[in-house]
Structures are given as structure tokens and as C-alpha cells.
Ligand binder design. Structure first.
Ligand SMILES: [Zn+2]
Ligand SMILES: [Zn+2]
Length: 304
């Protein structure tokens, strides 16, 4: 029997999803999404399978769903003026090869550990009961995860750019010097696990210390993180891109340079780490760096 109502055992028919939903829809104090969530868990009647399947489907739907608009934009000449590298487009063959590889990784690398997620999450106190936490709690935790993941990503991404790590692990992701949405998760299995920990592991560690996290918050976080990664690989920079309004945000403008130059711009969501540690990529950053080193060389010459 599902524990979605916590210790309150409520007798709900679970023959079909609709019968569960019809019984739950009359419960006071639950919003529409909470009712759907509860009906799903009651109908599935196995919380481990319910969470595993939910996460797997969420990943597939959000990932490929978000890639479709980018695929259409790539095939629409009007958008060419917004393409960061306007002369390099992925061919249909390249996109198909990339899709096959990503699907292989989803089914053979991620489909296995996903079934351990519910037991681990339950053990460390991740809640999946209804009602959900407030939107303020959800938004605060998702924001914290964005900053923590960004730090994790910066250091490990920078790490796999070194020597043999690059050669044997990260080189696969750099196959496309002009990235496109689908290429966001095109990576070696070790990289998928290592950088994926920033997305999946950080909430688990957070909950271990705070004992305050809901599975629904993780779903929102994973969805937004997927959108961030796919958009960063889209290859398009618009006047309405988020970083114009929120200058700390990285976006495609930041990550495209990383793929183009193979070096610098290691962070995922924000520009903070690359700015502070002077690892920004691109011609402007290179000029600023050269200016800086010239100035400090002149200073040294003057003091001597
Ligand atoms: Zn890289
Ligand atoms: Zn990339």
C-alpha cells in the first residue's frame, strides 16, 4: 500500500487511475497537482516502481520535449540571425546519431540506478506525501541547488579537461564544436555519472543534513536543470535571453564559447566561477586577460 498519505491510512480504490483520482478529488486541502500525484502513487501501489517510473518518464519527456523546439528553430531560416555560429548546423544524420547515443545512455546507464532512488531517498527522509511544501520552500531549495550544482559542475568539468581525463572521458562531449540542444547529454557514461551527481546527488546530500526535502521539489529541480542544460547547448542567443536581464546567468552565449574554443567557461548555470577564477572563454575574455597580464608586466618593469 502506498505511503503517499503518510501515516494516515485512507482506503482508496486503486483498480484504475481514474477510480483512485475520483476518490481523492473530494479530499479537502489538496490542489490539482497534489491530487494527481496522490492518485498516481495509490494506483501504482508500489512506491519504488512509482518513483522510478516517474523519474524515468520525467527525464524522457522533459529532455526530448525541450529539444523539439530547438530542432524546429534549427530548420527555420528566419532564426539564422540569432545563431551563435551561423555557418555550422547539425545535419539530420548527426542529430539522429546523437539521439541514439543519448537514448542508449538513458536506457543502459541511468535506467539502472534510478530504481535505487526511492529507497535511498526514503531512508534519508525525502518526503513524497501530500500536501507538498509551499512554493516559497520549493523555490528557495531549487535556487540553492542551482548554485551548488554550478560549483560542482565547474570543478569537475574543469577537472575532466585535464590530459587523460579529457582524452578518455570528456572528448566525446566535445564532438560538436557548434552544439545543439540534443547534444546536452551526449557524453561518456563516466561523465554522465560524475556530472549527473551534481543534479541528483546534491539534493540527496542536502536532505541528509537538513531532513527537509520533497520529491516534488526534486522533480521541479531536475526539469529546470534539464532545460538549463539543453538551452545552454541550443546554439542560439536572443535579445530576450535570460542573461540580458540576469547577468549572472550563463546560457547559450556562455556554453557555446566553451564548445567553440574547447577551453574556458566551465560552469553550467552561472558566470561567477569563470569570472572569479579567470577561466572565461572567447575573444573578449582573451583580450581582457592579455591586457591584464600586460599591465602587471609593466608594473613589474616599473618597480624594477
Ligand atoms: Zn568541456
Ligand atoms: Zn556542453
Amino acid at each position: 500500500m502506498s505511503q503517499v498519505f503518510g501515516s494516515n491510512s485512507i482506503d482508496i480504490p486503486k483498480e484504475t487511475f481514474l477510480s483512485a483520482y475520483n476518490a481523492i478529488k473530494n479530499i479537502d486541502g489538496l490542489n490539482f497537482i497534489e491530487k494527481l500525484w496522490a492518485a498516481y502513487y495509490v494506483y501504482m501501489d508500489n512506491d519504488i516502481v512509482a518513483t522510478g517510473l516517474l523519474f524515468f518518464l520525467l527525464h524522457e519527456v522533459m529532455y526530448f520535449g525541450r529539444c523539439i523546439p530547438w530542432y524546429i528553430i534549427d530548420r527555420t531560416p528566419w532564426f539564422k540571425k540569432y545563431k551563435i555560429q551561423p555557418n555550422v548546423y547539425p545535419s539530420d544524420k548527426e542529430q539522429w546519431e546523437c539521439t541514439k547515443s543519448v537514448l542508449k545512455s538513458h536506457f543502459f546507464v541511468e535506467a539502472f540506478p534510478i530504481w535505487f532512488f526511492h529507497p535511498i531517498a526514503e531512508k534519508i527522509g525525502v518526503s513524497y506525501n501530500v500536501p507538498f511544501p509551499s512554493w516559497i520552500t520549493i523555490a528557495t531549495q531549487v535556487t540553492i541547488f542551482f548554485f551548488l550544482e554550478d560549483a560542482w559542475h565547474y570543478w569537475f568539468h574543469r577537472g575532466i579537461h585535464y590530459g587523460q581525463f579529457y582524452r578518455y572521458i570528456h572528448k566525446q562531449h566535445h564532438r560538436y564544436a557548434a552544439p545543439f540542444g540534443l547534444a546536452a547529454e551526449y557524453a561518456h557514461p563516466i561523465e554522465v555519472m560524475l556530472l549527473g551527481f551534481g543534479t541528483v546527488g546534491i539534493p540527496i546530500v542536502w536532505c541528509y543534513f537538513t531532513r527537509n526535502l520533497h520529491l516534488f521539489t526534486i522533480c521541479i529541480w531536475i526539469t529546470l536543470r534539464l532545460f538549463q542544460a539543453i538551452d545552454a547547448h541550443s546554439g542560439y542567443e536572443f535579445p530576450i535571453s535570460l542573461h540580458h536581464f540576469f547577468p549572472l546567468w550563463a546560457g547559450a552565449d556562455h556554453h557555446d564559447e566553451h564548445h567553440h574554443h574547447f577551453i574556458g567557461n566551465y560552469a553550467s548555470s552561472f558566470r561567477i566561477w569563470d569570472f572569479i577564477l579567470d577561466t572565461e572563454a572567447g575573444a573578449t575574455a582573451k583580450q581582457t586577460r592579455e591586457k591584464k597580464s600586460k599591465l602587471s608586466a609593466e608594473k613589474v618593469a616599473q618597480t624594477n
